[in-house]
Ligand binder design. Structure first.
Ligand code: HEM
Length: 512
């Protein structure tokens, strides 16, 4: 009896749960529709209107269309239909997309306090919750000042020869006629530079190898499903992140012991970047005021570690993607490649005449055309197609109502490809930068409080690499070379496989 009763109660409870399962999607659609109708009613009642556009299907919104259409076409089509500010619903969030420089400036600069940066929780866990880009207010300002001061020209000047040395260690390994994957090579280069700037020249080889290996394991989880179960990429990445914390703590302890009594501490940043890197700057960051009083506590080991990982993360794929595009554009525009080579030969000649070996910071300031090629690469490729912010409260924005919690996406790529600011926007034309771009229309490194502190380093890395590359090699794209893939930054399909050929003119080669 007991058993029968159990079975019947089980079967009735299972049919109820089946029914519930069947009803669930309907409930969901119903609740979603009520939510959307409520928002529309609420905004109308208050005399406010939501931006034009469609929120698409419940929950999935327009996410499938975003993937099916390719992001550029998705945003461009909606901008044409609805104007510079429109709403959508992608990746589980209602969003407002912004593609006018003025409106983007409001979000990023003038009313930045109303729009906080927002990232998926899984990213925050992988990079570390204390990294500056997840924060606003006093903690963010303090860290931003430290990181920014580490990458201003006066701090970078002394790093030119180390950056150059990294190139001279790997470029000659490209054999005549060998095929390389541009993105992979550029990633290795940008990673080595990121490690150099993060840890300085003091890094021991063994420790460097350990950190690199762990970081590479972590990196494999960045674009994975955030499923923390044994065997998943995310789980492996989180394990690597824990080990990275332990390794960085050990390194911090070692450096503290070495520096004991050396008088380090305070915020003399610029002169020290080369030796101990950003790590040393963050370790010494207990600010002292005019009266000799500490105005800030030292950063904790966790805060230091999260920001070191954060900077490596921000520095390396971005710069590698930009360099990969630069090689693609130069390949597709041989007359521009020729002109850049002539400019670099001029630099080389001056070095020879003065009996110098190795580039200096001043040399990198004498490369106007190469600089314009970099600017045009950053515009045309728009490495960060957009960024995410979230309204911290109900906001009145350019005549529209944006409810608290909605995401706002300044669309850098759309702005960089507007015909009215950049005529013939799909043409790669560095000469357009002979005159300064319209204010706020060119934002490859963002704008406002969260703008990129590494912009000067990224440009320096690109200049030094293009100097040696154009003097030494020519390259042919293998395959059709067209198409874009996102991983997560846009790069030419398959990472741009190229066949490299040493230049005929051996006298102008750049290897010393
Ligand atoms: C071509 C290469 C690069 C591009 C295109 C780029 C682009 C950007 C952009 C657009 C932002 C602003 C994001 C936002 O507003 O949400 C940003 C932020 C940031 N970038 Fe870069 N970046 C590059 C290289 C670097 C390098 C080399 C570093 C290393 C120092 C770096 C470190 C950072 C950091 C730490 C932030 C966060 C700043 C904050 O939240 O206050 N980036 N980057």
């Amino acid at each position: 009896m007991q058993t029968l009763a159990n079975i019947s109660s089980l079967s009735s409870s299972s049919s109820i749960s089946q029914m519930l399962m069947m009803l669930l999607p309907f409930c969901f659609v119903f609740l979603w529709s009520v939510h959307v109708l409520f928002l529309q009613w609420y905004s109308r009642r208050k005399g406010r209107r939501l931006p034009p556009g469609s929120l698409g299907w419940p929950y999935i919104g327009e996410t499938l269309r975003l993937y099916a259409e390719d992001p550029n076409a998705f945003f461009a089509n909606r901008q044409k239909r609805h104007g510079d500010i429109f709403k959508s619903h992608v990746l589980g969030c209602p969003c407002v997309m912004v593609s006018s420089p003025e409106a983007a400036r409001v979000v990023l600069v003038t009313r930045a306090h109303m729009f906080k940066p927002t990232y998926p929780l899984s990213k925050e866990r992988m990079i570390g919750p204390n990294a500056l880009f997840f924060h606003q207010g006093a903690y963010h300002s303090r860290l931003k000042r430290l990181v920014q001061a580490s990458f201003v020209p006066s701090a970078l000047k002394g790093s030119v020869s180390e950056i150059e040395q990294i190139i001279l260690n790997f470029l000659p390994s490209w054999k005549d006629n060998c095929t390389i994957n541009t993105l992979q090579e550029m990633k290795m280069y940008a990673f080595d530079v990121a490690i150099l700037t993060a840890f300085g020249e003091r890094m021991e080889r063994e420790m460097e190898t350990r950190i690199k290996q762990l970081y590479q394991r972590l990196e494999k989880g960045y674009n994975s499903m955030p499923l923390d179960l044994p065997g998943t990429s995310f789980h492996k990445a989180m394990k690597a992140r824990k080990l990275l914390n332990e390794t960085l703590r050990r390194l911090i302890d070692e450096r503290r012991r070495e520096d004991d009594g050396s008088g380090h501490g305070g915020t003399k940043v610029a002169s020290r970047l080369g030796r101990g890197g950003l790590l040393e700057v963050l370790m010494g960051a207990s600010n002292v005021n005019d009266k000799g009083h500490k105005v800030h506590q030292q950063l904790s080991d966790m805060q230091i570690a999260d920001n070191i990982i954060g900077v490596i993360f921000a520095a390396h794929d971005t710069t590698a993607s930009a360099l990969t595009w630069a090689l693609k554009y130069l390949h597709d525009n041989p007359e521009i490649l020729c002109a850049v080579t002539r400019e670099q030969e001029g630099i080389r000649r001056k070095m020879d005449e003065s009996g110098r070996r190795g580039l200096t910071w001043e040399d990198t300031r004498q490369m106007p055309l190469t600089n314009r090629v970099i600017q045009e690469t950053l515009r045309a490729a728009s490495i960060l197609s957009f960024t995410f912010r979230e309204a911290v409260e109900d906001v009145e924005f350019e005549g529209y109502f944006i409810p608290k919690g909605w995401k706002i996406l300044p669309l850098f790529r759309r702005i960089h490809h507007r015909e009215d600011f950049f005529p013939n926007p799909d043409k790669f034309d560095p000469s357009r930068f002979e005159v300064p771009p319209r204010p706020n229309a060119f934002m490859p490194f963002g704008n406002g409080v969260h703008s990129c502190p590494g912009s000067e380093l990224a440009k320096l890395e690109m200049l030094v690499l293009l100097h040696h590359l154009t003097l030494t090699y020519r390259w042919e794209v293998v395959g059709d070379g067209d198409g874009i893939q996102y991983g997560p930054f846009p790069v030419p399909k398959q990472g741009l496989p190229i066949r490299v050929i040493p230049r005929d003119d051996k006298s102008s080669r750049s290897f010393y």
